[in-house]
Design a protein around this ligand. Structure first.
Ligand code: PLP
Length: 373
């Protein structure tokens, strides 16, 4: 049995007609830049993420970059973030000329360890960028409390966590900005690159709308130095169709995660030296990824891959050990929890269209691995 990490074709089959009609409408209108589809998408994202405003942008990466640009963060400034995330989080900080300041993760949630935050704040700190990794939100109350007390901006990297909740509040709605990605493998994926930003602040939203079109207002009068960060109308049309299904797909992801929990527990592999299950701490985990902790991760990964089971490691090298960040002066041992996570995490397929038979085969295979060793 073939179990891919993600099966976008399976999802496409279920919505093909609607997607084709939505895309055809954009082509018929020949309205490719901004326009009604982008506006509708922004309204839907604002509503869904419990935010007053949303701004469509070209990618999740651009959302993070634009948030930093909008706050005028640059050379001499520091931004606190996690070393255990996709590169774009800290990459965007470096791109505006600021310094990424890493704080290690909590080993249970893989999100920022809020107990270590305060010690990382200096007079140069301008922002905290918590990442809501795998679909579960970071511990936002202490982050917001610290940010309020020290006058810091909070930029939520919610690229993996649209619809996730923390104490009943949605990802992207708590910080100064929330950043979302429509990369195809995200829970709300487009047909290419795309993203969005959420904010509760009208003045900030207006600034984002201006920055994404070269700081232009009115036409050919440039108030700010922005760029071309626009969300494509075709992507917006696709996202608008998929938005209607997001809650049902998220429910499927959660059901799949519960199914894995059950099957893995029943198979007897759950033990500190074998397989540790993902822990749900926040109150709505949207399972962009279902991630186990496995001390013998590399051996298990090879075993599952040989059986055509699509597993993946998010992420094998923490950001403080990436070649491009050597100038930050970190080394092995600087952030031990992130390094341990990079050695031990293994993501299983959890996409909505996955079947129980497929999950049973994945778990049977994991059990077979531990029987063999
Ligand atoms: C996907 C992702 C991004 C970047 O999004 P793109 O749309 O691919 O640019 C940023 N941060 C995290 C945590 C992500 O998972």
């Amino acid at each position: 049995m073939n179990v891919p990490l993600l099966d976008l074709k399976a999802q496409y089959q279920t919505i093909r007609k609607e997607i084709e009609a939505a895309v055809a409408e954009v082509f018929e209108s020949q309205y490719f830049i901004l326009g009604p589809q982008v506006k509708a998408c922004e309204e839907a994202i604002a509503r869904y993420s419990h935010s007053a405003h949303a701004v469509g942008v070209a990618s999740g990466t651009d959302a993070l970059l634009l948030a930093l640009m909008a706050e005028g963060i640059g050379p001499g400034d520091e931004v606190i973030t996690s070393p255990y995330t996709f590169f774009a989080t800290a990459g965007s900080v470096a791109r505006v000329g600021a310094r990424p300041v890493f704080v290690d993760i909590d080993p249970v949630t893989f999100n920022l360890d809020v107990k270590r935050l305060e010690a990382a704040v200096t007079p140069r700190t301008k922002a905290i960028m918590p990442v809501h990794l795998y679909g579960q939100m970071a511990d936002m109350d202490p982050i917001m409390e610290l940010a309020g007390r020290r006058g810091l901006v909070v930029i939520e990297d919610a690229c993996q966590s649209i619809g996730a909740e923390y104490k009943g509040r949605r990802a992207g709605s708590i910080g100064t900005y929330g950043c979302f990605s429509f990369f195809p493998s995200k829970n709300l994926g487009g047909a290419g690159d795309g993203g969005a930003m959420a904010t509760q602040d009208k003045a900030r939203a207006d600034r984002l709308f201006m920055l994404r079109v070269h700081g232009m207002e009115p036409k050919y009068y440039h108030q700010l130095i922005g760029g071309n960060f626009r969300l494509d109308a075709v992507q917006a049309a696709v996202v608008n169709v998929k938005m209607k299904y997001l809650d049902s797909w998220t429910a499927r992801r959660q059901a799949n995660a519960a199914c894995y929990d059950r099957l893995l527990t029943a198979s007897g592999v759950v033990a500190p030296d074998r397989v540790q299950l993902p822990q749900v701490v926040a109150n709505r985990h949207v399972f962009n990824q279902y991630v186990l902790r496995v001390p013998r991760r590399d051996e298990l990964r090879a075993f599952l891959q040989a059986r055509q089971i699509g597993v993946e490691v998010y992420y094998p090298v923490p950001l403080h050990l990436q070649a491009c960040f050597a100038y930050l002066g970190h080394q092995e041992g600087s952030f031990p929890q992130s390094e341990k996570a990079a050695r031990e995490t293994l993501a299983l397929p959890v996409y909505p269209e996955l079947t129980e038979a497929q999950m049973a085969w994945v778990v049977e295979s994991i059990a077979a691995f531990f029987k063999k060793i």
